[in-house]
Design a protein around this ligand. Structure first.
Ligand code: F6P
Length: 543
């Protein structure tokens, strides 16, 4: 990837797309009626997922030009560079190799001349061995109890992906095993997750790539006290009840965790791309069994291969990414809703939110130049049908247009007996089929408040089963769709410096709180703060 490449908005394809946008008169109803081949042109069917983008505000010319844009910006070589382990995260001088974590091809993956696969396999086999010993009771707590409660402490990428995967796969969880996540530093999260647990039956995983994240370390210390207050302040308690997933062995040891009980990963796995490393592998193998974690990896690998090998006109992450780009940069739609028609998928939107917004919320390109176009989109979502009874009013009739991803499944996770002609799952799916059409085709009415304008774009993804494989597949689709956009925009999707300033200011406030607690009259406490923050802090400290 060239760092000095022409900005994407100065390419020929971009200019062409701008013209096409000017000429475009969206009319989905007419487009569907006049072109029976629209579905053929704008859908991709594969063994595991059907992607239908017929309801996007695109013509064949638009789609062809988007594909030209992918060629002109050399998307293929960016993808190849990623898979080949080049240091495409230029600001941090790191490779981006999360795809190696689920590489079942049998091929080596080289980084600086060394194959990374043996290390990955070693961690996987350590996870397999450890999780089996906990599940079958070979490894017990300090008092001889079975460790059946897993508490995973971590935030951001060390939490959202694993929680999404765990929620989807809950139906396959090992009987008797429970998994809880403590992410927020709010004591409510801590208390809600721990209050009913017996420390003697609990195994804690501290998940942090850096092992410095303030929230995670504060929660880790709180869980440590909770555990030692109950079981005794004894190194054996930590040894038997605490494990870590991290890249920072020294800090893990300083915390008191035996390096034997640490599961490693590497700086070439970004936080939000780490769910298929030990970050997800350890909690998920303990909760679901290692074999189900492997199913997740296999689903992700399937999509990795699709992304790497399919030509762009058949490549689902690339096509979805190009459509996002059309919506953001040419149609002016800067928000996207993710609506799975599956309760099991209820944490998917939150994970998509971090992956997309932390990756592509950037304002400078790879050479540090300000970009003159929007990158990233605001992502939100909730499962259907709940979302229909909440924010869908705005999506149907509001003045801003929000493209939607509808995700549905042929088979339910559970069959509920009833004498109804239509099952609960079928009832759910009636909505899945109805909503995209209501948005796309609208409805005329003499009463203005009953008019549905239509021409509101959406994608439809249909999968067969709601299982760990599908969860891994959609995880990888998200990762590659996000990366594809970043590659075309010419930004670095793999750093996240935007989260730093808030952290710095937080550290400053923490010091002021400490000073206040020693001496409320100390003038240093509020000095140099702006009037608003100083009054707010005063109100808080005075209680
Ligand atoms: O603050 C953002 C962030 O750095 C994310 O990118 C990351 O996933 C999260 O914090 C947690 O980081 P760590 O795993 O190092 O605790």
């Amino acid at each position: 990837m060239s760092e000095q490449r022409t900005p994407v908005n100065e390419t020929k394809a971009w200019a062409k797309l701008k013209n096409l946008r000017k000429k475009l008169e969206p009319d989905l109803k007419n487009w569907f009626e006049s072109d029976p081949r629209r579905r053929e042109h704008f859908s991709q069917s594969t063994d595991h997922v059907l992607f239908d983008y017929t309801r996007q505000l695109i013509t064949e010319e638009v789609m062809d030009t988007l594909l030209e844009l992918a060629e002109e910006t050399d998307l293929k070589s960016s993808i190849n560079s990623m898979f080949a382990g080049e240091k495409i995260n230029v600001t941090e001088q790191r490779s981006v190799l999360h795809t190696a974590l689920r590489n079942f091809s049998g091929n080596n993956v080289y980084l600086n001349g060394n194959d990374v696969m043996p290390d990955i396999k070693a961690v996987l086999s350590k996870i397999e061995g450890f999780s089996k010993k906990i599940i079958n009771g070979e490894l017990l707590g300090v008092k001889g109890d079975k460790l059946k409660n897993i508490v995973s402490v971590g935030i951001g990428g060390s939490y959202l992906g694993p929680e999404y995967l765990a929620e989807v796969s809950k139906a396959s969880a090992i009987e008797g095993m429970n998994l809880y996540f403590i992410a927020n530093v709010d004591p409510t999260d801590f208390v809600r997750k721990t209050e009913k647990l017996n420390p003697a039956e609990t195994l804690v995983i501290i998940v942090s790539k850096t092992f410095t994240t303030a929230e995670t370390m504060a929660n880790a210390r709180a869980v440590k006290s909770w555990m030692t207050n109950s079981l005794g302040d004894d190194p054996e308690v930590i040894k038997k009840h605490f494990i870590a997933v991290s890249t920072a062995q020294k800090r893990v040891e300083e915390f008191g965790i035996d390096p034997e009980n640490m599961f490693g990963f590497w700086d070439w796995v970004g936080g939000r791309f780490s769910a298929t490393s030990a970050v997800g592998g350890v909690p998920l193998s303990l909760y679901l069994g290692y074999d189900n974690f492997v199913e997740i990896l296999k689903g992700a690998f399937w999509m990795d291969q699709h992304f790497q090998n399919q030509p762009f006109e058949k490549n689902i992450p690339v096509l979805a990414g190009l459509i996002d780009l059309w919506n953001i940069n040419f149609m002016g739609y800067k928000t996207r809703a993710i609506v799975p028609y599956s309760q099991a998928w209820h944490k998917y939107a939150a994970h998509c939110q971090q992956t997309e917004m932390e990756s592509n919320g950037k304002s400078v390109d790879l050479s540090g130049r300000s970009v003159e176009f929007d990158t990233g989109e605001v992502i939100f979502g909730e499962p259907g049908t709940n979302s229909q009874h909440s924010y869908f009013q705005l999506l149907h009739q509001g003045s801003s247009i929000v493209p939607i991803d509808f995700i549905g499944f042929i088979n339910p996770q559970y069959k509920v007996e009833s004498n109804e002609e239509i099952s609960l799952h079928e009832e759910l799916m009636t909505n899945f089929f109805a909503q995209p059409d209501a948005l796309a085709f609208g409805k005329e009415n003499e009463l203005p408040h009953k008019v549905f304008t239509g021409n509101r774009p959406s994608n439809v993804f249909l999968l067969k089963n709601q299982n760990p494989f599908a969860a891994g597949l959609l995880l990888s689709l998200l990762e590659h769709r996000t990366a594809a956009k970043g590659f075309i925009w010419g930004i670095n999707s793999f750093d996240q410096f935007g989260v730093e300033l808030g952290k710095e200011l937080g550290i400053n406030i923490r010091e002021r709180m400490k000073l206040y607690k020693k001496d409320p009259a100390n003038p240093e406490v509020f000095s140099g703060l702006n009037v608003s923050t100083s009054e707010l802090l005063k109100s808080f400290m005075e209680g």
